[in-house]
Design a protein around this ligand. Structure first.
Ligand SMILES: [Cu+2]
Length: 113
């Protein structure tokens, strides 16, 4: 085994070790299709990231809170393509689109594993 291989395997082992200690975090996608958040209710683990993807030309926003009251936990004034939030605290996060708040609403449920 060459020194290069040993280094590579050591690095691989360390990253696996550290990865499992911290728990794997995931990025979960919510798509905006026909002015709807899909899926509207999403369950993630603490430390995970939610990525909203706007699939249409129409502008949308992502504002935390119960429409029409923002609670300012997160806010994207315009989701042209993508917007991400990492959730470090367990809880129940309502959000909505300020431009279509009567119909565009969603919830992120963050669980503490
Ligand atoms: Cu919208």
């Amino acid at each position: 085994m060459t020194a290069k291989n040993v280094l590579f395997l050591t690095g691989l082992f360390l990253s696996l070790l550290l990865g499992s200690r911290n728990g794997w975090t995931e990025t979960v996608e919510v798509k905006i299709i026909k002015s709807t958040f899909i899926p509207a209710v999403i369950k993630v683990k603490k430390g995970d990231t939610v990525r909203w993807i706007n699939t249409e030309e129409l502008l949308h926003t992502v504002a935390s809170g119960k429409a029409p009251m923002q609670d300012k936990k997160f806010h994207a004034p315009y989701v042209k393509k993508e917007f991400e939030v990492t959730f470090d605290k367990a809880g129940f996060y309502d959000y909505y689109c300020e431009l279509h708040q009567a119909i565009m609403r969603g919830v992120v449920i963050v669980e503490d594993p």
